[in-house]
Design a binder for this molecule. Structure first.
Ligand SMILES: NC(=O)c1ccc[n+]([C@@H]2O[C@H](COP(=O)([O-])OP(=O)(O)OC[C@H]3O[C@@H](n4cnc5c(N)ncnc54)[C@H](O)[C@@H]3O)[C@@H](O)[C@H]2O)c1
Length: 258
């Protein structure tokens, strides 16, 4: 029943084979979606090469650089989508960044540049990418973003990223309200802690993972592919009645009081 054949899906946020976006891209591909992949370019082209090699088996029909802090790259990404695909059906927003200094220690020490960077890359980018996707989602669409419990409750060291995720979750709702009449749905997945490049910058990430393994109802953390399965569901017609929601894929950790 989960069939994404004929759907064009743009996936952001793959850095390596641990990335949650990699788990999502694999499951969208498995469901039959036609993939476009964006990567964060660097001066020496290392990321481009690494991501290109990784995603090759998924045969993406688009592979473009997109630093979300660069308006010209965002514009060019969506121009390419329009040129090559004509329409867009699925947008996966799976990226975030904060300076390592701002992911440990006292929250009240967060600097203005650190705050601005974290919110710009991790939160504003969803608004901007969704705005760019809107005119291309001519047959309706699904936008999915990734969030974490630290956006609704205090998690040690998550600090400024908690504020970014709170803003992201509220952006899901405002975007869902605006885009709903165009049959574009916007939802978020709140994933449990997973070891990735981004999460390794959060102070004490291994302790967070061990805590979940001890306390969560399923007594384990989740995998990138499990998050990918929920993303595929949210991108498919199986979730056609849902928008503006945050779904927890966290082994049930969120329900626990102690
Ligand atoms: N790993 C976890 O425990 C966890 C839990 C819940 C939510 N998340 C969220 O999942 C998403 C993906 O993170 P991940 O854990 O897979 O780590 P990751 O490091 O694999 O992915 C983060 C991605 O963000 C990209 N990125 C950073 N700055 C960018 C920019 N300026 N422009 C474009 N891309 C940029 C990186 O290139 C990378 O691909 C993030 O939103 C993260 O907050 C992660």
């Amino acid at each position: 029943m989960l069939d994404l054949t004929g759907k064009n899906a743009l996936v952001t946020g793959i850095a390596n084979n641990r990335s949650i976006a990699w788990g999502i891209a694999q499951q969208l591909h498995k469901a039959g979606a036609n993939l476009g992949i964006t990567y964060l370019p660097d001066e020496r082209g290392k990321m481009e090469k690494k991501v290109a090699e990784l995603v090759e088996p998924l045969e993406p029909s688009l592979f473009v650089p997109c630093n979300v802090q660069d308006d010209a790259q965002i514009q060019s990404t969506f121009e390419t989508v329009k040129e090559k695909w004509g329409k867009l059906d699925i947008l996966v927003h799976c990226l975030a960044f904060a300076n390592k200094d701002d992911l440990s220690g006292h929250f009240s020490n967060t600097s203005r540049p650190g705050f601005t960077t974290a919110l710009d890359i991790s939160t504003y980018s969803l608004i901007q990418l969704s705005g760019a996707a809107k005119p291309l989602m001519t047959e309706g669409g699904s936008i999915v973003t990734l969030t974490y419990l630290g956006g609704v409750r205090v998690v040690p060291n998550y600090n400024v990223m908690g504020i970014a995720k709170a803003g992201l979750e509220m952006s899901v709702k405002y975007l869902a309200a605006e885009l709903g009449p165009h049959n574009i749905r916007v939802n978020g997945i709140s994933a449990g802690p997973i070891r990735t490049l981004a999460s390794s910058a959060v102070g004490g990430i291994l302790d967070m993972i061990h805590h979940v393994e001890e306390v969560a109802p399923l007594r384990r953390t989740v995998t990138q592919l499990e998050v990918g399965n929920t993303a595929a569901f949210l991108c498919s017609d199986l979730s056609s009645g849902m928008t503006g929601q945050i779904l927890y894929v966290d082994s049930g950790y969120e329900i626990m009081g102690m």
